[in-house]
Design a binder for this molecule. Structure first.
Ligand code: SF4
Length: 249
């Protein structure tokens, strides 16, 4: 019997799976503003939308620069999401700033309490977002809440859910769910904020340094340290718009 290690074949298989993984990936910089993009660095969004004017190269293929180990980590982390995403639904917010769109991972349904009280048939959509993370940090990222609030506005409802798969949690992988119920006032305020952010991300001048999360800069291709034009070293450490609004625990 001859046993031969074939890392070349392992590498080829990984490349094939990676190619399939990337199918349907929407790159940044498209004309329509995405809700998720508006919960992240507005400077980055601005750069993505001004590549030509600034003489910058187009966005690289997603993950082009990743090592095999990083690719494998992403594929394993998102495998669960592939089944959930079969139900994904595209939603849009009616906005004077142009189309704001998003992709809801899972649309759940529950009886509409008011309709039931009136003895009518009725079901309410509850948009849900699935996040998969390898982070050991147990706290929920504030931008998840911002993202699902956008979906609530798009669907005209107040309740949304966030599912989080923690791949390397203590004691093994875990799946948790958090339900968010927003007030009408909060959603109206968040809609106005999304519109402000759209203006910033699409406007003629680069947004301020305060419009990003500190953790974003390290991997950002527009960071001066990575050969880009943005010299941001620090930014908002923020708790997210909803904590500023006084909702976070
Ligand atoms: S370096 Fe930081 S602030 Fe600048 S565009 Fe990138 S993420 Fe945003």
């Amino acid at each position: 019997m001859i046993t031969t290690k074939r890392p070349d074949l392992a590498h080829n298989l990984l490349n094939e799976v990676w190619a399939r993984h990337g199918e349907g990936y929407v790159s940044a910089g498209t004309a329509v503003a995405h809700i998720k993009e508006l919960t992240l660095c507005l400077r980055k969004a601005w750069y993505e939308h001004h590549l030509e004017e600034l003489g910058l190269p187009p966005a690289p293929e997603f993950g082009e620069e990743f090592t095999d180990a990083t690719r494998l980590k992403i594929i394993l982390g998102t495998a669960f999401g592939r089944y959930v995403n079969e139900d994904e639904e595209r939603v849009t917010i009616d906005s004077t700033e142009g189309e704001l769109s998003g992709r809801v991972d899972l649309m759940m349904w529950e009886p509409d309490a008011e309709a039931v009280a009136l003895s009518e048939q009725g079901w309410l959509p509850v948009p849900a977002e699935l996040k998969v993370t390898w982070s050991f940090n147990d706290s929920l990222q504030p931008q998840y809440k911002e993202q699902v609030a956008g979906y609530c506005i798009a669907k005209g409802v107040r309740k949304a859910r966030i599912f989080v798969v923690r791949v390397s949690a203590k004691g093994g992988p875990s799946l948790a769910c958090v339900e968010e119920e927003f007030t009408d006032e909060e959603l109206a305020g968040w809609k106005a904020e999304l519109e402000r952010r759209t203006r910033q991300a699409r406007g003629p001048t680069v947004p301020s340094y305060t419009e990003h999360w500190t953790w974003e800069c390290k991997e950002c291709r527009f960071n001066m340290k990575n050969g880009g034009g943005c010299e941001a070293l620090d930014g908002k450490k923020g708790e997210g718009w909803f904590s500023e609004y006084g909702r976070d625990e």
